[in-house]
Design a protein around this ligand. Structure first.
Ligand SMILES: Nc1nc(=O)c2c([nH]1)NC[C@@H]1CN(c3ccc(C(=O)N[C@@H](CCC(=O)O)C(=O)O)cc3)C=[N+]21
Length: 325
């Protein structure tokens, strides 16, 4: 039996057999159901929170700061609060106007840092232009930084010493792991080099595993806006694993993808849906055509997004332990 089949059975995530990835005929990729996996993990996290409460401690608490009135940000924060409620994490959203000064925002963060009832703090991105995002992230107490965006957490993460790693990279890692995709010695390409998503994903993919430290042992290439199109195609055609976190719809097309590759789509763009007069969410991947070449693919929506939310809940529970010990 192929190793992937064994892993599929162990993880119990995939209902269908994975063996078709080894055939050389045109078949439809297995869709990685992020929403379903997310809901499974949410159940486990709910049990963890129940144990914390049974032990006589208060439930973990997550507080989000939302600056301005970006509609997408409001949706994402709402999704996070809904997930928190599902697992029994108490939550709060602080809404501040667009014109909030950086000092005022730093002051709000500091209040939460000093609030014993708050375990996790997220300052939702994007922030208004007059605010230095990294400066705000660095002001979040390391043990409450459930986004893992502070310089201290990023440094620890880069050294494989992190307690609180960023949620989206953790989501990508978890999806790959639970789907049973082999990464050791494989070629991975990350498109996008943002400090919050692309770079930390590449960090997980390339690094070594020891003990319970994350790491995927893949030969990892980072492509970005200065990668010439022919080079992007060249690297992608050799990639067993592709993670795209750019925000350009249809960036990844079928002819660029190696047969049997695993495609993780982290892109989120809101495009006008011509059939209905509204916006819809799309990723970076030409899903319909790429899924005829790939062996595994994540959809948008319903892929990495819901998993990111779940990993944030996991981080909040970890933070509550860090803060109470
Ligand atoms: N400090 C901070 N931390 C973040 O983690 C953070 C951030 N800022 N700014 C924006 C990005 C984006 N992000 C998403 C979270 C959930 C979905 C999500 O739930 N997506 C659903 C659907 C979303 C919808 O209903 O439109 C899905 O893909 O199925 C997407 C994107 C977190 N981010």
């Amino acid at each position: 039996m192929h190793r992937s089949n064994i892993l599929c059975r162990i993880t119990g995530v995939l209902k269908t057999s994975c063996s078709h990835r080894h055939q050389h005929t045109n078949t439809q990729a297995t869709i990685i159901d992020g929403k379903k996996i997310a809901n499974e993990i949410l159940k486990n996290l709910k049990a963890e929170v129940e144990d914390i409460v049974k032990a006589g401690k208060r439930a973990p608490c997550l507080t989000a700061i939302l600056v301005g009135d970006n509609a997408a940000s409001a949706t994402y924060v709402r999704n996070k609060m809904v997930a928190a409620k599902k697992v029994g994490i108490s939550s709060d959203t602080i809404r501040l106007p667009t014109e909030t000064s950086q000092d005022k925002l730093l002051e709000e963060v500091n209040k939460l840092n000093n609030d014993e009832k708050v375990d996790g703090i997220i300052v939702q991105l994007p922030l208004p232009k007059h605010i230095d995002e990294q400066k705000v992230f660095n002001s979040v107490l390391r043990t409450k930084d459930v986004d893992g965006f502070s310089a201290s957490n990023f440094g620890l993460f880069s050294l494989n010493m992190c307690a609180l790693a960023p949620a989206t990279p953790l989501a990508v890692h978890e999806l790959i792991l639970r789907t049973g995709i082999e990464t050791k010695g494989k070629n991975a390409v990350v498109c996008g080099r943002s400090k919050n998503v692309g770079l930390p994903i590449a960090m997980l993919l390339h690094s070594d595993t020891h003990g319970d430290i994350l790491g995927m042992d893949a030969t990892t290439t980072i492509c970005h806006r200065f990668t010439p199109p022919d080079q992007l195609t060249h690297y992608l055609q050799n990639a067993d694993i592709v993670v795209s976190a750019v925000g350009i719809p249809n960036l990844i097309q079928a002819h660029m993808v190696k047969k049997g590759a695993c495609i993780i789509d982290v892109g989120i763009s809101h495009v006008k849906d011509p059939s209905a007069n509204q916006f819809k969410l799309v990723g970076d991947v030409d899903f319909e055509n790429v899924s005829k070449v790939a062996s595994f693919i994540t959809p948008v929506p319903g892929g990495v997004g819901p998993m990111t939310v779940v990993m944030l809940m996991k981080n909040t529970i970890i933070a509550s332990r860090l803060n109470s010990s």
